[in-house]
Design a protein around this ligand. Structure first.
Ligand code: URA
Length: 252
């Protein structure tokens, strides 16, 4: 199998092919733990490849030939769809097909490895933060359907402080062109009341910006910190990571 061309390798059932990869990636993809936690398992000497303990974080395995064990139990790649989160930087458009020479999210996610990846929902070009992608065609519909009320938390930096009345109006729901918004959770992240953490359960076009506009404030910066049960955490801007099996299950 060593040297087998990409095209000749078996499909992995997730829109890509089974290729050699770093051991920690293999462990994460097999659903053992996150990549970081898998590295800890390796450095703790709990991972063997073909019977040999492997602690070197750069080590690669070929899932088609190598036998990997953790604490003596064999680990196999899970097949099935792949879902990742990206920390989208500002200035990047949520599309998989370039329409101009502006940067697009497709440049930041592993489309060669997982050809069927598509974004679940969208963030405005100037919005940063958590954006999910999946090769599972059903997941997007399931998460974006209005009846699902998946919560999304944004951190909005405003042009001026938000008063108590304005915050209460957002909490209760404000009138937009396309109808009233559902109640939102509104908290302040700073004493000056200009950095606001808002959680909504809908996903309408420019919704957060329009909600603040409805109470007389402009959003200067917008960042999505969480999507449903998932948090962006310390994932650096422009980087992606695969969700663990537990995280994917938590979305269902
Ligand atoms: N609401 C907005 O106004 N913009 C986004 O990118 C996401 C939510």
């Amino acid at each position: 199998m060593e040297g087998t061309r990409y095209e000749d390798r078996p499909e992995d059932g997730r829109g890509g092919r089974i290729v050699p990869m770093r051991l920690q990636k293999f462990l994460a993809r097999a659903g053992v733990a996150s990549r970081r936690a898998s590295e800890n398992l390796m450095t703790a000497g709990r991972v063997r490849v073909n019977g040999e303990v492997v602690t070197e974080l750069g080590s690669k395995v070929d899932p088609l030939v190598d036998v990997v064990t953790v604490d003596g139990a064999e680990v196999k790649l899970s097949d099935g769809p792949v879902t990742i989160m990206l920390n989208k930087p500002a200035g990047v458009i949520t599309t998989m097909k370039a329409q101009s020479d502006r940067p697009i999210v497709a440049d930041l996610v592993p489309t060669r490895e997982f050809p069927g990846l598509y974004p679940i929902g969208r963030l405005d070009a100037d919005t940063t933060g958590l954006l999910l992608f999946s090769t599972d065609g059903n997941l997007g519909n399931a998460l974006l359907h209005p009846s699902k009320h998946v919560s999304k938390t944004y951190i909005a930096t405003l042009d001026a402080p938000l008063g108590k009345r304005q915050a209460d109006a957002l909490r209760q729901g404000v009138e937009l062109d396309d109808g009233p918004t559902q109640p939102a959770v509104v908290e302040f992240d700073d004493e000056a009341r200009r950095v606001v953490r808002i959680t909504i359960h809908e996903g309408r076009y420019h919704q957060v910006k329009r909600m603040f506009e409805a109470v007389g404030r402009k959003v200067r910066k917008l960042h999505r910190a969480s999507f449903g049960p998932l948090e962006l955490g310390s994932l650096p801007s422009g980087k992606w990571r695969e969700l663990t099996k537990r995280e994917v299950d938590s979305l269902q």
